[in-house]
Design a protein around this ligand. Structure first.
Ligand code: HEM
Length: 262
């Protein structure tokens, strides 16, 4: 390409504009498929970090109602504006990750509408070939999960007087200092005491594992943290991190469903 060319290279940014105009270079980079793949990897990594810490926080269910209710109160009320910044960032990552992944997929399909005669390359695995499908299931699960625990619209708890139901969000817990807080413990126990809900969560955790185990190793490679010689290390990290997240979530659902956490 000549030094004065202004054509956008779909595989990467224009190199000649880098020194002249860094902002144009960044825009070109983000419009290129390489830049978009990097953004998918960065947003995916941030989402995995959230899911990992969310699972670790949820393990407080095993420490009893005071522990998880105090933790939930801290996140929602003591962090002030920080929680809204974190929620905005999370939503932004989710939307960017989804949109760019769909956009890259449609571009790849448009560039190769017929596909290879040989159905796939030697390194393709069932997880890598179904990233779109598993990602969409995880996305739908997150919407269901928000309706269930954040908005309390899926179902409620039978009221003490036996008439009707109490909304999950109205369950209260009295802390040792007398302060009334949201009873997240009772809400989660009520949720997973319902067999069909537990089943939905367990099935979605399996899909989450398939998505994350490939997604994590792919992000390591895209971000250049692991080169081709260490593909096995990246694969082990993907399976290990995804396995830890899903095992923790499974433990909570099974412990409640089985009646060990009441
Ligand atoms: C068994 C596993 C899980 C349990 C017990 C659980 C529990 C909860 C609870 C209780 C809340 C509401 C917190 C509150 O309002 O005080 C919540 C919110 C949320 N959960 Fe989960 N969760 C689980 C798995 C997941 C997974 C796998 C994801 C993502 C893939 C996820 C994403 C979210 C999001 C995005 C929110 C909203 C956070 C906010 O309001 O700021 N959760 N979860």
């Amino acid at each position: 390409m000549s030094a004065t060319s202004s054509a956008i290279n779909p595989k990467g940014p224009r190199t000649e504009t880098a020194t002249a105009n860094p902002i144009a270079w960044v825009c070109d980079y983000l419009c290129s498929s390489v830049g978009q793949k990097v953004l998918v990897a960065i947003t995916g990594t941030l989402l995995v970090t959230f899911v990992l810490f969310h699972m670790i926080g949820n393990l407080k269910m095993f420490a009893g109602p005071e522990s998880i209710n105090k933790y939930a109160y801290f996140l929602k009320h003591d962090l002030g504006a920080m929680i809204w910044i974190a929620r905005g960032g999370l939503l932004g990552c989710f939307l960017l990750h989804l949109t760019l992944a769909l956009w890259l997929k449609s571009r790849a399909t448009a560039a190769r509408p017929i596909g290879y005669a040989y159905g796939g390359n030697a390194q393709a695995t069932p997880a890598s070939k179904t990233m779109m499908q598993t990602g969409l299931v995880v996305g739908v699960f997150v919407l269901f999960h928000l309706a269930h625990y954040t908005f309390g619209t899926v179902h409620g708890v039978p009221s003490p007087d036996g008439k009707g139901e109490t909304n999950y969000l109205d369950l209260q817990y009295k802390m040792p200092d007398g302060k009334m807080v949201h009873n997240v413990y009772a809400m989660v126990v009520a949720g997973f005491s319902t067999p069909w809900i537990s089943l939905v969560y367990l099935l979605c955790q399996i899909v989450l594992f398939v998505h994350l185990s490939h997604g994590i190793q792919s992000a390591f490679q895209t971000l250049g943290l692991v080169n081709r010689r260490f593909v096995k290390v990246a694969r082990a990290l993907g399976v290990g991190i995804a396995g830890a997240i899903v095992a923790g979530n499974f433990a909570i659902v099974i412990a409640i469903w089985g009646g060990w956490v009441k």
